[in-house]
Each structure stands twice: as C-alpha cells, then as structure tokens.
Design a protein around this ligand. Structure first.
Ligand code: ATP
Length: 872
C-alpha cells in the first residue's frame, strides 16, 4: 500500500518546516523566569518580614534591614534556581514523551518526531497511533478513529479513502490529536500546528503532568497546621518579650523572623525538586515518567503485571519448526518439495506486513523491518526460497491483527483472477474457524479427532516454549470477502523468543523486595508456563488462568483466587482490566504494562500504568504514567527501586527540616518562658535558616540508594510520611537541639556575663547541631558512627559551605558586626562543642535501644519489615 507513495523530499520538507513552523500547538503555559523568581516572594510571612524590615530601616536600623533583605534575596535565588531547573527538566521530559509519526519521505518510511510533520507529508497510520496532523485519507483498510478530543463522543468514527483528495469530505479527513482505534491508512497532511482543528482548541499533548502528588498534598496540608502552630508560638514569644519590657518592634521582628525560619512553607517545593531530580535519574535508567505522582507510587508497588512478549522476552523471534499434516519440516528445506509447507509459507509471507531486505552482496543474510513475529516468518520463508514478490498473488484487502481476535487475514487475487483468503493466528482459535484441513492427499474434512490431534501437536510445540502460529486459507468470492470462517487448516509455525537475560535477576529482585511478578500474555497457556517457569515467575503451587477460564469466573471469585495466580494466558485487553481491578480490590498497589491500543483502559486503571517505548502505541503511552524506553521488565524494577530511594530521601530531608525547625522554635519559646533575654536576634535566626535549611536539605534528597532498599517490603500507599516512629524521632531531636542551644546560651551568660557572647554561642551551637544532624538523617536505622559520611559529596559540599558561612559570620569583623557575633574563647568553644556532641550521643543511645527492642520483637514475633527470604 505504501510503496506507491514517494512523499516529500527532505529538502521540500525542510523548506515547508521553515514556512509553516513546527507542528506544535503553543501552550502559553510556560512560566517565565521572572515569574518564577517573583513567585519566591509570594509567601505572606516573607512579605510581612520585608515590610517590617523596611520599617526598621526607616527607624535607623539600616545595616540590619539591608542584611535581612539580602538574606531573603539569597534564599529566593536558591529557591528560584532549583525551581527553574525542575521546570526545565520536566519540560524536556515532556518533549521526550511526545509522539513520533511515520512519514514517507524520499520514498522511504521514516519515524520522525510528530512536531516535524509538514503540510504535504504523507503519513502512515495504524491502530493505536495518535494522528500527527490534520489530513486526508488516501488509502487504507478499515480505518476507525476516536475523535472524542474534538467531538466529546468516544465512539469510533469510520474513515474512507477520499475519491478526490483535493476535495475531501469529513469521512475522508483525519484530525490531529485523534487516535486510531482500528485499521491502517496512508494520509496526506493538510494542516499542521496551530492551523489544525486541535490547534484551534487547546494543547494537551506531550506535556508531563505536574499536578501535586498525594504526598505533596498531604505535606501542604500538614504544613498549614504546623504553620498555624508556629505562628501561635511566635506570637507568644513576641508578646512575652514585649510584656517583659523588650523593645516591641524588635520583638515583632523576632517573631516574624522565627515564623519565616520555622514554617515549612517551602516543603512541597523541595519535594517537587526531589521528585523531578529522581525523574531525571529514572530516565537515565530508561524509565520515562509522565506523571510525577508515579515516582511516589512506584515505591509502593507490590504486584507487577507484565506482558510476556518483548518485556520479559527479547521479542527476537526465530521460526524453529514448521508443522503440517505431513509432519515437521526443517527450516530451509526447499518449499516446493512439500505442497502443505509450500502453501503454509505462501500464507506466511502474504498475510504479513513486515519488510524483507537482502543486503547487497549477501544472498543468505536478511534484514527485516516490522513486527518481529511477522519478520521471523519472512526470514523462515526466505530461507526456503519463498519471497513475496515472486508469488503469483496480489493482496487486495486486509483485516488487521488485533489482540482480541488473535488473528489476521488478507484477501489476495491470484494471477488467474480468483480470490483467496489467507489467515494466520493463534492455532487454538483458528481451528475453531476451520472446517477442513490440508494434507498431502488434498483438502479433507476436519473431524473432531483430527482437530484434537492438531491441538495436541500445538501443545507439544508450546511445551518447548515455542510461540505457535497457525495458518489457514479458503477460496473467496470477491475482494471484500474477508470473513474468517470455513477455513482450511494448513499448518503451524513454532518460533522461539528467548527470555531477556536481565529479566532473571529482576524477578529475583522483585521477590526479595516483596513484589509479586505476574505474567499476562496473549500467548498460549503452555508456552506462557514454559517461559514463566524458566524465569521463576511461575512456582510450584501457583495457578495459571486462561482467558476462557476468566470469562467463566465472577469478579468476586477472581478477587478471592488472584493471589495464587502467577500467569494469565490467552487473555484479551479487556481481561487485563478485570485483573487490575481484582488486584486493587485485594488492597494491592499494581503496576501494569501494556502496549496495544486496547491495553489503554487497564494501564489507566492500574496504580502505575506502564507503557512500552518501542512497541507501545501512542494511546497506551498517553494512558500510562511510566514509559519503558527499552520495553524491558528489568527497567520497571529499576524504576521501582528509584521510587523507593526517593521516598526514603524525602523522609530524610523531612526529618532534617522538621527537627531543625522545632529546635529553633523550642530555643526561643523556652527562653521566653524562663524569663531570659532573647537568645537569637532576627538577623541571626534568618542566618541559621539560610545556612541550614536550603542546600543541605536539597543535598539529602540526592542521597545514593541504601543497599537494603530492595530487601524491604513495599510501603503501603496510604502510609504516613511520619510512620515507623519518624514523628517521634523528629520531636525528640527537635527538643534536644532546642534545649542544648538554650543550655549553651545559659552557660555562656553565666560564665561570661555577656549577652553578645551567649548569643554567638547559641547561634554556633544551633547551626553546628543541625549540620551534624544532617548526617544522622542519612539513615533511619544506623547511628552517626555507622554511616558513610562521604558517599554523598553534594551533602558534604553543602555542609562545608554552611560551615564557612558561619565561620565568617562570627570571625570576620565586618560580618561579625552585622550579625552581632563575637569570636569565642577556647573555653567557650569547648562548652559549645560539648553540647553539640551530647545530642548525637544521646540519640545514638536512643537508636540503639530502639533497634534492640525491634530486633527483640522481630525474633519473638517473627514479624519484620525486611524480606530476607523471597516472598511469593
Ligand atoms: P504479550 O501480551 O505478552 O505481549 P503476545 O504478544 O503473545 O503476548 P498477542 O500479541 O496478543 O500477545 O498475541 C497473541 C497470539 O496471537 C499469539 O500467541 C499468536 O498466536 C497470535 N499472533 C501474534 N501476532 C500475530 C500476528 N501478527 N498475526 C497473527 N497472529 C498473531
């Protein structure tokens, strides 16, 4: 069908691209850099702080006011750079996941980004494609499109080749953004980009969804509650100070600075940054995230439902055996020597859309392009000397393969003018449509006994882990006679598709991580079982369920028995949806892969919808939240690992930020309650915030994976971020930091009698304790002395920057006078250090007691979180 089109030349296309621009619809949603920067000041507390600072400047506190403004500015810059990077990362990923288009240029089919399609381009469509531009149908078979994006109605709209391509009717036109639900076609692009019907409406394509993730929503909600609590405390601090005779304006500024420092208003943004960075890492491991929430959900996956062909196997098919009523034939034997095999090979090459090429000068080496199953058949036929071009048939109509029917047919015209229907497909289903069979004695009736013999032969091939295809034909009345019935069974082909090497380890990894792998395939149950056994997905005692059995099982019964089923075979995409629902009903967090157009609903329904980057259709890609760029099961497992790592890292910096903020509030609050002078001035509070909250927290989000991350059971999807005692740890640590800072303040006031010295000591102690604590936050189970402090150099760098900043603030005379800090004596430094090491020692002891207690519970109750043994 495509051979007759030349398409545009590369030069013509280039010229038209300049003339008409890229085939993109401008979204106008992109936030400008300035807007992003301005957004950093949107917080109410920052506005109040700036206003109060202006007032203090007017009152003569000029240097202090300038410093506060400078600190707020630096903080905003830090936030801006991170956010800018996040935006750009997500934007680039959006471009990566934008669809491609198959166009004919210079007489060759090429896959190009859909954005490069120009008016006049000839493009090819098949089921599952997103239509790249508005166009006119020139030729094709059974094309049906889903135009619900334009019309709102999701019934397939039939399309026909235009009798006059220059005056196409609606039924001859295809629209950008619509999807092909069935059939195939060749079209000519008439409009692109903004000129298309879609362009006139909106842009929804190729963008990554960045709506807040569940974790971000929960954190934002919690942040509000904590914010209100902080505000109340800050108010109490300010009012108590004023009542005790401190300068009211200073106390107000202190309260506001404390609020700015302690309220975790930036947390959702830091989480976005961490998630976006993780998305970048996943892409390096070949998993493309389309929806940010998937990063979070990936870490919760406890069942992975995977397709077999191409995901668990290599999708490199090689035909090993041909079987006909005359027995098995070796590949390569001249076809003409045996009439049944000859007919089988004729069907195999004509009922086929793959392309075969022989590189120049090499007679027996073939290259192919197209669907691997069909390509393997072309090679097998070529090895037997059968080539499409040399056969006396001309294809006239096609009924394309679809995964529900599991067969494909073409109607061909023979040289003598007679029509024949050639069909190939799953043998068990094909046999049901056959009434006769072909043997060396000619065509005979297909009796139940013969049918059963053929079925047994099919099973025997499948037991050898071969993927089996059946072939049949009949005479047809006309070019349009394409009903798959009354066929003559001709034979079968068995092909191998070896399991991917990486899949073996990935399955083991899954089991160690408490994740159950499930194979879902359109292939025969016996073939599926052979491969699943090899990969250890199927284990003794497991069940295999076929599509037919599924049809007879109610949803309730399926939900009850699903935990035992590790292989679903001969299923249709509709079955996949039922499987996802049953697993979800059982409380599982399900990742489900899909590629075909009909897989989209199941992929959408799954907690983590996964599509295939190479073989996947545009429709499934758009329904999915993760695209596996290499179609590989092991990549999905790697993405799950990344998902777990990032969640742990988010917990790490939440732990750090919250305990530090509590420490700051406790210092100020208790000092006020105890009737002491203010331990930290507004400018000092803001300095602590700058030195500790920004860089170190973000660096914690970049922690390398813990070794045991895939040896733990998955967390529950609704689990709180503070689960497993994290909330308690945070509060205790916050209290310890606050009380020790206060301890330093009191000791230095007593020993030196100088408020400036005491404040400097408190400032130094607070920052040092936080910078030590950041290393403790690297692990929830190991103490400071058991972790490797150097495995995240970004964190070491961030801490070094903060430490230098503090050193300068105290020991540089100019900065010292701005921050009201004075150099401390050796004795005073010793006091500060004693308090600083006291805290990690105390929390180390607490951790040890906690670990002992939990080991004890584990051994006595034998219920633990780690999975030392593979789980089923
Ligand atoms: P998975 O769902 O794991 O990717 P699969 O690729 O085997 O498995 P389908 O593509 O739905 O699933 O194929 C199901 C069956 O349909 C195959 O076992 C084969 O018998 C038949 N089949 C596959 N491809 C074709 C084709 N191009 N033409 C005719 N029949 C086919």
């Amino acid at each position: 069908m495509m051979e007759e089109y030349q398409g545009l030349t590369a030069r013509q296309a280039e010229k038209r691209l300049l003339e008409h621009g890229e085939n993109k619809i401008r979204s106008g949603k992109k936030a400008s850099a300035l807007k992003l920067f301005a957004g950093q000041f949107r917080d109410a507390m920052i506005m109040i702080l700036l206003a109060a600072t202006v007032v203090s400047a007017l009152m003569g506190e000029y240097t202090e006011a300038m410093t506060i403004i400078a600190i707020v500015f630096v903080n905003a810059l830090l936030g801006f750079f991170q956010e800018y990077r996040t935006e750009r990362t997500l934007e680039k990923l959006g471009e990566l996941s934008a669809p491609n288009a198959a166009v004919i240029r210079d007489g060759q089919i090429q896959s190009i980004p859909a954005s490069m399609v120009v008016p006049g381009d000839i493009f090819c469509l098949k089921a599952g494609d997103r239509i790249p531009a508005d166009g006119c149908v020139l030729g094709g078979d059974s094309l049906s499109c889903d135009e619900s994006m334009l019309s709102g109605e999701s019934i397939g709209v039939e399309k026909y080749a235009a009798p006059n391509p220059d005056a196409p009717q609606k039924a001859n036109r295809v629209y950008m953004g619509a999807t092909v639900t069935r059939g195939r076609a060749v079209c000519r692009a008439t409009e692109t980009g903004g000129a298309t019907e879609m362009g006139k409406i909106a842009d929804m394509l190729g963008t990554i969804e960045v709506q807040p993730t569940p974790l971000q929503k929960r954190l934002a909600h919690m942040g509000k509650i904590i914010g209100i609590a902080c505000l109340v405390i800050c108010l109490v601090v300010a009012v108590t100070g004023i009542l005790r005779g401190e300068d009211p304006f200073n106390m107000l500024l202190t309260g506001i600075s404390l609020a700015v420092a302690a309220i975790p208003e930036g947390l959702p943004a830091v989480v976005t940054i961490a998630l976006a960075l993780s998305v970048g890492r996943m892409v390096k491991r070949k998993a493309l995230i389309r929806r940010l929430h998937a990063v979070e959900t990936l870490g919760c996956a406890d069942v992975i439902c995977s397709d077999k062909t191409g995901t668990l196997t290599e999708n490199r098919m090689t035909v090993k055996v041909l079987w006909t009523a005359s027995g098995e034939t070796e590949i390569g034997k001249r076809a003409s020597s045996e009439p049944c095999s000859a007919m089988l090979l004729d069907i195999a090459v004509l009922c086929n859309n793959a392309l075969l090429d022989t590189p120049a000068g090499r007679k027996d080496a073939f290259t192919t392009d197209g669907e691997p199953t069909e390509a393997a058949l072309l090679i097998a036929a070529a090895k037997s000397g059968v080539f499409k071009k040399q056969l006396p048939y001309e294809p006239v109509k096609e009924l394309p393969f679809d995964s529900a029917r599991k067969m494909m047919s073409v109607c061909v015209r023979r040289k003598d003018g007679k029509y024949l229907l050639f069909t190939k497909g799953a043998p068990d289903l094909l046999l049901d449509r056959c009434t006769h069979y072909l043997s060396k004695n000619g065509v005979s009736l297909l009796t139940p006994a013969i049918k059963s013999q053929i079925s047994q032969q099919n099973d025997a091939l499948a037991r050898r882990a071969l993927r089996v295809l059946g072939f049949a034909y009949r005479e047809a009345d006309s070019a349009g006679d394409i009903r798959e019935e009354r066929l003559i069974f001709t034979g079968m082909a068995g092909m191998i598709d070896p399991p991917r090497k990486e899949a073996f380890d990935a399955v083991i990894k899954c089991r160690e991580a408490g994740i159950r792998p499930v194979m879902i395939t359109g292939d025969h149950a016996v073939t599926a079982r052979a491969i699943a056994e090899e990969l250890t997905i199927y284990q003794p005692g497991d069940r295999i369920m076929t599509g037919r059995e599924l049809d007879k099982t109610s949803d309730e019964a399926l939900t009850r028995m699903i935990s035992n089923i590790s292989v679903f075979a001969r299923v249709t995409p509709a079955h996949k949806l039922r499987i996802v629902r049953a697993l979800k009903k059982q409380g599982h967090t399900v990742a489900m892969t899909g590629d075909g157009v009909n897989d989209a609903p199941a992929v959408k329904e799954a907690d983590i919808g996964v599509s295939m980057g190479i073989t996947g259709t545009d429709v499934t890609k758009e329904a999915s939240s993760v695209i596996l760029l290499d179609d590989n099961f092991a990549t999905l497992v790697a993405a799950v690992e990344e998902g777990r790592v990032i969640y742990r890292n988010i917990r790490k910096f939440i732990r750090y930020l919250f305990s530090c903020n509590i420490g700051e509030v406790v210092t100020m609050f208790f000092a006020m309650l105890m009737g002491m002078p203010v331990p930290l001035l507004p400018i000092q509070i803001l300095l602590v915030n700058l030195a500790t909250d920004g860089l170190p927290a973000i660096a914690l989000g970049l922690e390398p994976p813990d070794k045991d991350v895939m040896r733990q059971r998955p967390r529950r999807a609704n689990e709180s971020v503070f689960s497993n005692g994290l909330g308690f740890t945070i509060v205790i640590r916050g209290l310890l930091i606050g009380l020790c800072t206060l301890g330093v303040f009191v000791s230095l006031i007593r020993s030196s009698g100088d408020l400036l010295t005491a404040r400097t000591g408190a400032l130094l102690a607070l920052v040092l304790m936080q910078l030590i604590h950041v290393f403790e936050c690297k692990s929830e189970t190991k103490g400071l002395f058991s972790i490797n402090p150097l495995n995240n150099l970004k964190l070491v760098g961030a801490v070094a920057v903060s430490a230098i900043l503090m050193y300068l603030a105290i020991y540089n005379p100019v900065l010292g006078s701005i921050f009201r800090a004075v150099p401390l004596t050796g004795e005073q430094l010793r006091t500060v250090l004693t308090y600083c090491v006291f805290v990690p020692i105390v929390s180390g002891i607490i951790l040890m007691i906690k670990n002992r207690a939990s080991t004890h519970t584990v051994s006595s109750k034998s219920s633990h979180k780690t999975c030392p043994h593979p789980v089923k």
